[in-house]
Design a protein around this ligand. Structure first.
Ligand SMILES: [Mg+2]
Length: 392
């Protein structure tokens, strides 16, 4: 199948705030090849990533992603890996290339799955997909009372695990953090799994993070996620030596396999969290899953937008029975929910399964996408390089 067209759709809520909520906008990718239409999604700044596809070449190691994709043949997973390697070489210094390519790569797996009548996880070599325990992924409230209420709500909705992140955590006093943690524990109940995401708040300040460890141990948190900048491996490694019951999680910032391996090898995380929409797609994420399994590190998906992205994020470890935890954005913005016509819902045990339908098994909702579609153009010296394509 020859890649005939790659179209990018920039979707956005009417108002975007500075909250750490990644579901406020999205970049959706549509690929046409061999008479099949397939879909993917980038985890990215949409317009910046579109520019990476169409921008003029800066020099030999900084070429637009389009130059390595359009017209290429895709008949097997090896073809996807071949195009990925070409982009890595041709777009070496084009820093948004990994994000842009990630959405295309996901769509190419969807394409192959649809063409072969197989779910993506089978194309990755897994015989079956195991159920994952969905953790309700949400932001801390502005006050401990709000944190308590949101954690109680997800508990009542049937979730057995919750993650609170970003918001005020780590920005104020130890007492304020302690109050939020106690509220989260009270909300999810004594037997619920509690996960905490610091959202890189301490940069590389190991002492600031270390000061929170007794608080996290006190509420029996399972992990502390992203205490530091995504590449501050030395800080991660130093903090890992100080941890006891609370383990470190990180990796969502990885936009290549090397960064993910460094997070494991030097950052010494116990949970490696990979976003397929950022690391270069499903193929590299599967490599990380295999690497993590070999090192005794638990693989976890990272995702915070639509169920198209959620579904893609589970494929790399769908067949790893012992890697059980799964991020499930519990309060996505209407745009992120409505852009898909089909969804992945937790069952009575709070577990989710990827669809067994061909490809990713998710149907997008074109009419809903139109409601949030941003009209954009990129023009250079009068020449139109990009215009929002039609969804019809
Ligand atoms: Mg996070």
């Amino acid at each position: 199948m020859k890649i005939e067209a790659v179209d990018f759709f920039y979707l956005s809520m009417p108002v975007v705030t500075d909250a750490g909520d990644g579901s406020q906008d999205a970049l959706v990718v549509r690929v046409h090849a061999g008479g099949i239409t397939a879909w993917g999604e980038c985890e990215a700044s949409p317009l910046t990533s579109i520019a990476a596809f169409v921008c003029p070449m800066s020099h030999g190691a900084c070429r637009p992603v389009a130059a390595s994709v359009l017209g290429e043949d895709v008949s097997s997973p090896a073809d996807i890996a071949r195009i990925a390697a070409t982009i890595q070489w041709n777009s070496m210094d084009l820093l948004q290339a990994a994000h842009t390519w990630s959405g295309i790569e996901i769509a190419l797996w969807d394409l192959l799955g649809r063409q072969r009548g197989e779910p993506v996880y089978r194309l990755l070599g897994y015989d079956r997909a195991y159920p994952k325990l969905a953790y309700a992924s949400q932001l801390f409230g502005d006050t401990p009372q709000e944190t308590l209420e949101s954690c109680s709500a997800v508990r009542k909705a049937g979730y057995r695990a919750v993650k609170c992140g970003w918001g005020p955590f780590g920005r104020g006093s130890l007492k304020e953090d302690a109050d939020h943690l106690a509220a989260a524990r009270e909300g999810i109940g004594p037997d619920g799994m509690l996960l905490i995401d610091a959202g890189q708040i301490w940069g590389e300040d190991v002492a600031a993070a270390e000061a929170r460890l007794p608080l996290l141990e006190g509420v029996k948190a399972t992990w502390l996620e992203e205490p530091f900048h995504g590449s501050a491996y030395a800080a991660y490694g130093a903090l890992a030596k100080k941890t006891r019951s609370v383990k470190l999680a990180g990796g969502e910032a990885a936009h290549n396999v090397f960064m993910a391996r460094h997070t494991i090898d030097y950052g010494r995380v116990s949970f490696i969290q990979i976003d397929c929409g950022r690391i270069g797609g499903i193929g590299p994420a599967k490599q990380v899953a295999d690497y993590a399994a070999g090192k005794g590190v638990t693989y976890v998906n990272h995702t915070f937008t639509s169920h198209l992205a959620l579904c893609a994020s589970i494929q790399p470890y769908a067949g790893l029975a012992d890697h059980r935890i799964c991020e499930y954005p519990v309060k996505p913005q209407p745009m992120a929910w409505e852009m898909c016509a089909t969804h992945i819902a937790p069952d009575r045990n709070g577990e989710i399964r990827v669809p067994d339908a061909p490809g990713l098994g998710i149907t997008v909702d074109g009419a809903s996408m139109k409601k949030y579609l941003v009209d954009a153009e990129i023009r250079v010296n009068g020449k139109l390089l990009y215009r929002t394509p039609s969804l019809d």
